[in-house]
Design a protein around this ligand. Sequence first.
Ligand SMILES: [Zn+2]
Length: 193
Amino acid sequence: MYPKTFKKLIDHFASLPSVGPKMAERLVIYLFKQNSEKIQDFAQTLGELKTNLKYCKKCFNISEGEICSICSDPSRDQKTVCVVEEPLDIFAIEKTRKFNGLYHVLGGVIEPVSSNDKLKISELETRVKNDGISEVILATNPTTEGDATALYVARALKPYQANVTRLARGLSTGGDIEYADELTLGSAILNRK
Ligand SMILES: [Zn+2]
């Protein structure tokens, strides 16, 4: 019943997180009503997503170059690393302006059934070992999985000199760093232990 292109776009949108089929329909209609210039720009930017953006080779943040702007900023504290689950957590912590060190993105949390090879834990160990890191702040989400992951990473870092801290509580349990308000997240960073 839908025209082919219309149907194809709806399927694309409906496959995105938090977008249901009804919302997908509305988005496609909305886009159809926009002028071609806007749609061209949208399509072009979307096309550039995988060519212009990559993971930083050092911290696995989203980056336009091989090394992200945070890793390549000499004014940042090179001896402190904040470990997060996903790149979006970095944006949330940066907004608080309470942290001036470097980051390390794990790329998810520990899952009991899988091998967890995809998590960048050995890469973190290499950084801690080779870059003289003095403090590692575990800023995984305050969820069961996030806590288990923090524990796992802390154990992996035991053999090294670095002081390992965890974000202070105050972040609501089961919550998500990405959605924490700036004040709460900022004080969780300052009161880490
Ligand atoms: Zn980086």
